[in-house]
Design a binder for this molecule. Structure first.
Ligand SMILES: [Zn+2]
Length: 159
């Protein structure tokens, strides 16, 4: 049945499909600045697992952003994001963005991964919270999803 399985291949969890989890995370992180630290990896991983819900032209950037996060960590990701905002305000800094990302692989163009070993619908939530066991534990789960996302795009077969 279509309702049991997400477009990414994952089975539905207690809260529903990945989209239900994604929107619940976006809602919860609005009132939790520490949880919001993982906002960019959450958005990038979600859209790379569900490309139909995003914009194709941003996927390559999101794919590189996830690589930078796993390679250099959350602080580096925030620095780049801050510069990105600055870049939008001051056009003279327009070269920063290219320099940060040119070392990372572009998004493979041949097909979509068959599935991901970690999915949003597999995230545990207790009493409607994703950070029920602390932010570091939540961060590790987001990192696992990010790793699974890159791994599947790098090795996945077109379907
Ligand atoms: Zn999904």
């Amino acid at each position: 049945m279509a309702d049991d399985r997400c477009a990414c291949g994952a089975a539905a969890g207690p809260l529903g499909l990945c989209a239900d989890y994604y929107h619940a995370i976006l809602a919860e992180e609005q009132s939790d600045p520490e949880m919001y630290s993982w906002h960019a990896p959450v958005v990038c991983a979600y859209l790379l697992q569900h490309p139909a819900e995003g914009h194709r032209r941003y996927l390559d950037f999101q794919f590189r952003l996830l690589q930078l996060y796993l390679d250099q960590g959350l602080d580096a990701l925030h620095r780049v994001s801050a510069h990105q905002v600055a870049r939008n305000n001051h056009r003279s800094r327009s070269s920063y963005d290219t320099r940060s990302f040119e070392g990372y692989a572009p998004l493979p163009q041949d097909g979509f991964p068959q599935g991901f070993r970690a999915s949003f619908s597999g995230l545990p939530a207790v009493d409607s919270s994703f950070v029920f066991d602390g932010h570091p534990a939540y961060g590790r789960r987001i990192q696992t999803i990010a790793e699974a996302t890159l791994e599947a795009w790098r090795t996945g077969q077109p379907r």
